[in-house]
Every structure is written in structure tokens, then in C-alpha cells.
Design a protein. Structure first.
Length: 512
């Protein structure tokens, strides 16, 4: 038996449905279906045969040029392969008619979602996508849990890959499977989250597209296709507010904006040298005038510098920063930590560089975070992983380089207000778990259970080697980010191995 189907799909034999469907979608995009109907039929048959042969990953169709008498592999049904009926089995004509109709809608929808080009769908195509998709989503078999699981996976994968052509069907599919309501559920698949994010962006664009919305003018200014002067009446404050909302909550919506216009508004006023010169000139004149008018003061009290408390000089301020509690309350709850803070903020000799005190504070902060993570109870580790997961999902679409290295102690500058508050509360809880032992330098090693490794490959669509490199922080930013997201999703979901993995992923929790 030849290796025809895998050569047609352009991949090695695999049992990973996501890899098969991604390969099919990639080949379909590169193909002119109208010009090569026979090639499209071979590609579709290869996909069907690959999915139908999931038990045996080397099951494959013969090559068109192969003269052998090998039987062709039977293609699967709508979502899951149906067993070949026994010769004596009686076929229900109603069910047969329903299955034929479902298969028609299924193949029509796939052809519309993956037409062999990347052009947006026309109005007629969008209506057809909605029609065929609604018919599939009305399949009564979705009432069966076993069928619904496969259907949900199929819809999530195909609709996410086909964005933006799948836009007309996203709301309907999300309503059937409850994706929007489950958006904060860590078990929601990567593709379903992509769809939820897309739905949010579409809803937001519709909202600000209403002339009555207060950000409508700013939206029109940024989505204009021309590169001319600013729209009259548009204020910088509204435009910056719109950009902030989009980048923090609806990053997918920025793709509809004109990047040239966005860049003009992103550029600070100081980039204009003439404006910068006049601003500095005015400031110099004002400062000079104030000095002349006020004159020197003879009051020694006015010549005494004001001492501003800092983390390195105020034990109470540092305690609040690290734990959310004042030093007195902390002394009652965690006397050892309170003493460490008091010692760190003790006055230094006058000839010591203040930077030394700042480094001492930073060292204490980092050591306590590592020690707290090493001692953290299970519920805290799960909360930390869930937070890192949400933060990575926020960063992944726009700044994957930040996503790949994000941990609970990372700089919160790119996070939205809700995530910043969660991070602060988690840091306080972690530090309150700490003691004075040395938790190492923060490095760790862990063994990945095969079940979780398989889940990561399925969720990301990456090869085993790509996943291995990503876990070693090698490879593309987007790949490392996707693997880190899938790793936490799998660990939070796996009741057998998940908690052990979450602990091994922390300092001193595993082999060092």
C-alpha cells in the first residue's frame, strides 16, 4: 500500500486530527479548485481517509498512478468515522436522507470556508456560509454528548482557521456550544478562545461604528483608508482612549484600522522638533520668571529638603508593597518576614550609595517570591497558573515576545487593570507563604507526562520537535507562547498529573 494520502496532504503519517485538518486547509488555500477539480477531489479523499484511519496512522489511499488492486480506505462521516454497516443491516430511509443532507451541508461549508484563496467572502458567500453552518448546528445528534464533543472540536478548529471567512457563523456556533459564557474557563480550547476574541472585536467594532457612540469619531479617524490630515473635530484624547481599549481588550479590532493613521496618532508630540522647541522655550521662560519674582528665601525651613519615603527607607511602605499589610499587622502574622523587612530598610551609613539599598530591597523581594512559590499550597499554585494563562492569552496576539517569558512576577506594564490587580493579590499571597530559606535562582526542570505532551501537540498543531524546543525556550515567539499556554491549560485540566506538573514548574518544586 502506497503513502499516497500523506504525500497529498504534505505531512508524515499522524493520528493528530488537528494536524491533518491544518494540512488540508493549507493545501486547499494553495489550490485553484475550479482549475483542478480532480486535484481537489484527491485532496478531499486524502483528508477523509486520513481521518477515517485514525486507529492505524499508516492507513492510506493508493496513488492515482498506482496500478495495484488495493482497496481504498472508506472515508469518514461528518465528525467521527462511522463503522461500515453489516450487509444484513437495515438502513432507515429517514436517517439515510438526513445523513445525506448533513453531508451535503458539510462539504459545501468546507468548500466555502477554504476556497483556495484568501479573499474575504462576498455577500452571497457569507449568506451561504451562514445557511450551511446553521443546518449543521441544527443536527439533532448534537443532543448526544459523545457526538457533541466531536462536533464542537470540529467547529472550533475549522472556524478559527478560516477567520475572517467564517465570521458569519461565529456568533451562532458560540451560542450553540456556549463559548462566550465559558470564556473564563481554563478548559476552553485554544481555537474556541480565538473565536471568542474575534466575536468580541466584531461586537466592539459594531458598537463604535454607531454615530451615537462617544468614540465613533475616533474610530472613523483610524479606519479611514486615506493618509490625509486628521478629521476635523477629532481629539487626541478620544483617539488614545480608543487605542488603549482596543489594545487591552479587543486587539483583533486593530486589524481594521489604517496602520499609517494609527502610527501618526501613536507618535508623541515631542517627535515634532518644532513643537518640542517651543515647549522647552516656554518652560524655560516660566521657570526663569518664577525664580526672579520669588527671589531667595531667608527662612531656613524653606531651605530644608523634603524627605520622601521610599521602599528602601520605610519598613511600613515596603511591607505594604510586598504583602498588602502594614508592618505592625505583618509582625503579628509573619514575624520573621516583618523582621527581614525591618532589617532591609534600616538606615545605612551616610557614605553608602543609595543604589545599594535599592538592590537590597529588590533582592529581598525576588528571594521571597521564589521561596513563597516553593512552599505554595496547591490552590495558590492553581491560581498562579490560571493568572499566567489569562495574561499570556492577552499578550499572545500582539506581543508574543512578552508572552513567551511571562510569569507571575513579570512586569505588569502591558496588562489591563483587572489582571494587574490579580497579579498584585497573588504576589502578596506568595510572599506571605515564604520563609528565609534559599529557593535557588528560579530555574527548574520537569518531566512532561506523555498524555499532556499529546494534548499540547493537539492544541498547538506543532510537531513533537517544535514542542520540545519551545519547552526549552527555543524557536519562534509565537510557538513558545502557544506551548506555554497549552502547557498550563493541560496542567489545570489534568486531574491525575496536573498538580504534580504545576509544582514541578516552580522553583525547587522539581529537579534542580
Amino acid at each position: 500500500m502506497s503513502r499516497g494520502i500523506w504525500r497529498t496532504l504534505g505531512i508524515e503519517p499522524t493520528t493528530d486530527r488537528s494536524v491533518i485538518r491544518r494540512a488540508y486547509a493549507a493545501r486547499l488555500r494553495a489550490m485553484d479548485v475550479d482549475a483542478d477539480p480532480a486535484g481537489f477531489a484527491r485532496l478531499r479523499d486524502a483528508r477523509d481517509a486520513a481521518l477515517a484511519g485514525m486507529v492505524d496512522p499508516v492507513a492510506m489511499l493508493p496513488d492515482p498512478d498506482d496500478d495495484s488492486d488495493d482497496d481504498k480506505v472508506v472515508a469518514d462521516g461528518f465528525f467521527t468515522p462511522e463503522p461500515e454497516p453489516l450487509p444484513q443491516a437495515r438502513v432507515d430511509p429517514v436517517e439515510a436522507e438526513r445523513d445525506a443532507a448533513i453531508d451535503h451541508h458539510f462539504r459545501a461549508l468546507e468548500a466555502l470556508l477554504f476556497p483556495g484563496h484568501d479573499d474575504p467572502s462576498t455577500a452571497e458567500e457569507a449568506a451561504a456560509i451562514a445557511h450551511h453552518g446553521d443546518a449543521l448546528l441544527a443536527d439533532p445528534r448534537l443532543e448526544r454528548i459523545d457526538f457533541a464533543v466531536g462536533a464542537e472540536r470540529w467547529f472550533a478548529e475549522h472556524l478559527a482557521i478560516a477567520i475572517p471567512r467564517s465570521d458569519p457563523l461565529l456568533e451562532r456556533a458560540a451560542a450553540v456550544f456556549g463559548w462566550v459564557e465559558r470564556r473564563d474557563d481554563h478548559t476552553l480550547s485554544y481555537h474556541a478562545r480565538q473565536i471568542v476574541d474575534r466575536i468580541g472585536a466584531i461586537r466592539f467594532a459594531t458598537l463604535v461604528g454607531d454615530p451615537g457612540h462617544r468614540l465613533h469619531g475616533a474610530w472613523v479617524e483610524l479606519v479611514r483608508s486615506d493618509d490625509g490630515p486628521h478629521r476635523w473635530g477629532t481629539t487626541g484624547g478620544r483617539v488614545r482612549e480608543l487605542l488603549l481599549v482596543v489594545r487591552q481588550r479587543y486587539p483583533d479590532a486593530e486589524q481594521w484600522m489604517n496602520p499609517v493613521r494609527v502610527a501618526k496618532w501613536d507618535r508623541p508630540a515631542s517627535d515634532n522638533p518644532r513643537i518640542g522647541f517651543y515647549i522647552w522655550l516656554v518652560l524655560i521662560i516660566i521657570v526663569a520668571a518664577v525664580r526672579v519674582l520669588s527671589g531667595p528665601s531667608d527662612d531656613p525651613r524653606e531651605q530644608t529638603p523634603v524627605v520622601i519615603p521610599t521602599l528602601s527607607s520605610d519598613a511600613n511602605l515596603l511591607a505594604q508593597h510586598m504583602t498588602g499589610k502594614g508592618i505592625a499587622a505583618l509582625r503579628q502574622e509573619h514575624p520573621e518576614l516583618a523582621e527581614a523587612i525591618r532589617t532591609t530598610t534600616a538606615p545605612l551609613p551616610g557614605n553608602v550609595d543609595p543604589a545599594v539599598a535599592d538592590r537590597a530591597v529588590d533582592t529581598l523581594y525576588q528571594q521571597r517570591l521564589l521561596a513563597g512559590l516553593a512552599k505554595a499550597p496547591d490552590d495558590l499554585l492553581r491560581d498562579v497558573a490560571a493568572f499566567e494563562l489569562d495574561a499570556m492569552r492577552l499578550l499572545a496576539p500582539t506581543v508574543p515576545a512578552q508572552c513567551r517569558r511571562f510569569v507571575v512576577s513579570s512586569d505588569p506594564g502591558l496588562l489591563n487593570q483587572r489582571l494587574r490587580e490579580r497579579q498584585q493579590r497573588l504576589v502578596h499571597r506568595i510572599i506571605l507563604e515564604s520563609d528565609d530559606r534559599n529557593a535557588g535562582d528560579g530555574s527548574y526542570r520537569f518531566t512532561l507526562p506523555s498524555s499532556i505532551a499529546t494534548t499540547i501537540r493537539t492544541r498547538t498543531g506543532l510537531s513533537a520537535d517544535q514542542v520540545k524546543n519551545a519547552l526549552s525556550d527555543k524557536g519562534k515567539d509565537a510557538d513558545v507562547c502557544a506551548v506555554n499556554i497549552a502547557l498550563r491549560e493541560a496542567a489545570l485540566r489534568d486531574s491525575e498529573n496536573g498538580m504534580r506538573l504545576l509544582r514541578d514548574m516552580r522553583p525547587s518544586g522539581g529537579e534542580t
